[in-house]
Design a binder for this molecule. Sequence first.
Ligand SMILES: Cc1cc2nc3c(=O)[nH]c(=O)nc-3n(C[C@H](O)[C@H](O)[C@H](O)COP(=O)(O)OP(=O)(O)OC[C@H]3O[C@@H](n4cnc5c(N)ncnc54)[C@H](O)[C@@H]3O)c2cc1C
Length: 346
Amino acid sequence: MNPTQKPLILNGVELRSMNTFGVSSVAPLFSEIKSVEELHFLREKGFFDHSLPFVLGGGSNVLFSEKLTRPILKAGMKGVKILSARDGIVRVEVQAGEQWPALVEWAVQKNLGGLENLALIPGTAGAAPIQNIGAYGVELKDLFESLNWTGFSNFSERTFTAEECAFGYRDSIFKQELKGAGIVTSIVLRLTRENHTLNYHYKPLREYLEQRGELKPDIRRIFEAVVSVRQSKLPDPAVTGNAGSFFKNPMISEKQFNEIAELYPEVPGYPDESGFVKVPAAWLIEKAGWKGKRAGETGTWDKQALVIVNHGRAGASEILDFATGIQKDIKEKFGIDLSPEVNVIR
Ligand SMILES: Cc1cc2nc3c(=O)[nH]c(=O)nc-3n(C[C@H](O)[C@H](O)[C@H](O)COP(=O)(O)OP(=O)(O)OC[C@H]3O[C@@H](n4cnc5c(N)ncnc54)[C@H](O)[C@@H]3O)c2cc1C
């Protein structure tokens, strides 16, 4: 830790500019750390004495309630380091506060394969393992080696392998047993230097490339295709507040899927190995008539029904009421429980 730059502990910090939903909320206590040593400094200063802090990255998967009671600890550690390059695999260590979209661009520029499908996912590297971020047929777990994590109970550092992270669909141990229990300080990824595994079979990506006659794209073209498809569908949080998909895609039994398919033969479903069928939440929400619907300052995005947006000055309660309305309606119409992907913080 640079002795002249100790982390500040601030009271009453407005978080509107620190969450992509753009909601107003005030952190009773706030600090940003740039290193693990700074974490220990905060501990000595009593930052952790009253309640466990909420660890904040880029704020692109959170909805802060109007009355926040927990301290906010922002992960601001920076640095990207190549650890080794051997047998076609480049191992890269990334500090938690690095911006994910910039990391993906860096890898594509260096012709390192693996991250291109995850282009333009807002947020930080440290948050990527929390929900095992995924897009266009690739998930973080596909290129993940390990991470460093410091728990708030004893402040000792621990390394987690991919297996120990227990990654699942938008899930990991850090959303289950270890939810809120510590901070990811860095992650290690395994990228390819040659013989890249290219994933462009996911429908929207394949269609985009086929329409342009690109039947054998390289990682740069896949990256560009992902960027273009995403920009055409998703609202830019800098313009319209949102936190990406508000709900997870529900997994339902084959029996329930067949019952829905009798009423709606066109319902899309993707069976997985465990015998469950993943149904796109966006399809359900659109079918129920919620796409592009507006209620006061909130609503769903007109090009992607799964995204709830803040049209201006919506607060968390207005957004949550709207989301609850969607959940109730989907339950009534399809018998399916939608669970939020976004982390609601009180
Ligand atoms: C327009 C848009 C599109 C999106 N598209 C996708 C998508 O395609 N796929 C996808 O998976 N997600 C998507 N998201 C969601 C979001 O980008 C990811 O979840 C991202 O990983 C969140 O990063 P963040 O740094 O903003 O995390 P935050 O929102 O700050 O935090 C999210 C969670 O991670 C925890 N956390 C953050 N940093 C750390 C850390 N260092 N240590 C421990 N816990 C931490 C927080 O406590 C919280 O529980 C999208 C969001 C937006 C706004």
